[in-house]
Write a protein that binds this ligand. Structure first.
Ligand SMILES: Cc1cc2nc3c(=O)[nH]c(=O)nc-3n(C[C@H](O)[C@H](O)[C@H](O)COP(=O)(O)OP(=O)(O)OC[C@H]3O[C@@H](n4cnc5c(N)ncnc54)[C@H](O)[C@@H]3O)c2cc1C
Length: 463
């Protein structure tokens, strides 16, 4: 294998979609020299139903105007149904948006170029360079479209290379907080579907449906049935049939789905995602970090991956700029970012897991949603939770569940042992989840301390 030259950049980013390009933009604006390597030929689509619930991330990145210019209508209202609980709410101050990834990813990449990042497509990263004496990552190896193998040295490698992260594999980053999805997702685009500019989400029995108008006049309709039922919905006309059967009673705005779908023309084949793993990955080490889906993947039902990637890229840049001085301060900065990123992501990760469960809603969650449905203030809060303006744990707080449990016991509509069993399960699950989040860091710290003590002993250092 013939290896060519070593160029130098401060930061080399692997992956050029939402995580990679937003990190490239922020880091380049912070004054660092940035190389972004992406193996695909962009623009191209990727599997996503692309709802964006926090437009401030796009605003801070400086792309909101351009994104709006694509014709994606801001959605100032969400029609949300959990069985018979109407959680619909208007949020004109914080509208949502849905932009197909071919469009969004290209705009973000262009912004990175404008910020000064060196963006190179069709470059596949294949290896990492490390210093001999301590194994610190100090660059990477990649292959260009002409089959040449090139190397780049840098102070920080950012793996923004998605759920099957190459960087994660090369540094041996372990996974934790593992779970799986119980629903698949099937979605399709429609032209000439006169849906109002509103987000539509409805879970009824074991069915889950969503819809959103997106760029260039298209509307995306998605069905998220239990995994074993998914394949049936891929057949032409099935998504429409599901909306007519299950969502018709509620319609969208003042319209019935039957009217809306009457003249709609499906565009392209249905997209489908079946089983996928949900997890967190160790996200920082000497000379490397993992960002976006490379660092954690959650159930897609809450549609949070894009904004998480944008927000975490921004926070990473602030930490890296602050710690850039020495390798030691840089490592401490990236480890600090990893901790704060996990604190930020874990509650939504578990909420997504709960909301994405297959089957019917449990009595306890049913009562919880009924409580929200009865209060306009709580409905708005739920919207703020999804828009990441209000903490998940503050909203789904133990005291709120205690109130629901007490009311359920008082009313006696649900057998006492069912309520108590569900309450006990809730407490055990929450405790296990919190411990699962802490354990890897605790173990890693213990291992690092053991290594330090070992090396000090070897060199005869005195503590
Ligand atoms: C069905 C589905 C629906 C979803 N719906 C929503 C939603 O409504 N809202 C939302 O916010 N999120 C949603 N998500 C999640 C969202 O799509 C992801 O969180 C987001 O795409 C993560 O972006 P990323 O940049 O981290 O990774 P990716 O989008 O996976 O990008 C990684 C990039 O790295 C590149 N790469 C990989 N390996 C290499 C290598 N060795 N060398 C060079 N390049 C490499 C890949 O080519 C790819 O372009 C959904 C996901 C799915 C599957």
């Amino acid at each position: 294998m013939h290896e060519v030259t070593t160029e130098y950049f401060d930061v080399a980013i692997v992956g050029g979609r939402v995580a990679g390009s937003s990190a490239a933009t922020h880091l380049a604006r912070a004054g660092l020299s940035v190389l972004l390597l992406e193996r695909a030929k962009l623009p191209s689509d990727t599997l996503s139903t692309h709802t964006i619930q926090d437009l401030d991330c796009l605003q801070r990145l400086g792309v909101l105007k351009r994104v709006l210019a694509t014709g994606s209508p801001p959605m100032p209202r969400s029609t949300l149904w959990m069985d018979d609980c109407d959680l619909s709410v208007g949020h004109p101050e914080q509208p949502w948006l849905s932009v197909r990834r071919t469009t969004l990813d290209e705009l973000l990449l262009d912004t990175a170029r404008q910020a000064g990042a060196d963006v190179r497509l069709e470059r596949k990263v294949t290896g990492l360079l490390r210093t001999d004496h301590d194994g610190r990552v100090r660059g990477l190896r990649y292959e260009d479209p002409y089959g040449r193998h090139l190397t780049v040295s840098c102070r920080l490698v950012v793996g923004a290379d998605g759920r099957s992260s190459t960087v994660g594999r090369l540094v041996g980053a372990r996974k934790y907080n593992r779970s799986g999805n119980e629903r698949g997702a099937v979605w399709r685009y429609f032209q000439d579907l006169p849906a109002p500019p509103e987000f539509f989400f409805c879970r009824r029995g074991s069915d889950l449906l969503l819809a959103a108008p997106c760029d260039q006049g298209r509307v995306m309709l998605s069905v998220q049935p239990a995994l074993k039922e998914t394949a049936a919905y891929r057949a032409p006309g099935e998504i429409e049939r599901m909306f007519l059967r299950r969502a018709r009673p509620w319609g969208q705005g003042n319209h019935e789905w039957g009217d809306l779908l009457a003249d709609a023309t499906p565009e392209g084949a249905a997209n489908m995602v079946l089983r996928y793993a949900c997890f967190f990955r160790e996200s920082a080490g000497p000379g490397w970090v993992l960002l976006g889906d490379a660092s954690h993947v959650k159930d897609v039902v809450t549609g949070q991956g894009i904004c998480d990637a944008l927000r975490h890229a921004e926070q990473l840049t602030a930490r890296v700029s602050h710690g850039w001085g020495s390798d030691r301060s840089l490592d401490s900065a990236t480890r600090g970012w990893w901790r704060s990123k996990d604190r930020d992501a874990a509650p939504m990760y578990w909420l997504s897991r709960d909301m994405g469960k297959a089957g019917v809603t449990s009595p306890l969650y049913g009562s919880f949603f009924a409580r929200i449905a009865a209060s306009p203030r709580l409905k708005l809060r739920l919207q703020e939770v999804l828009g990441r303006r209000y903490g998940v744990r503050r909203f789904i707080a133990p005291y709120r569940f205690a109130l629901v449990i007490a009311a359920q016991l008082r009313k006696g509509e649900v057998p006492v042992d069912t309520t108590l069993r569900e309450a006990g399960q809730l407490v055990r699950t929450e405790a296990a989840r919190r411990w699962a989040g802490i354990r890897p860091r605790y173990e890693r710290q213990r291992n690092e301390q053991a290594r330090e003590i070992g090396s000090e002993r070897e060199t005869g250092a005195v503590r």
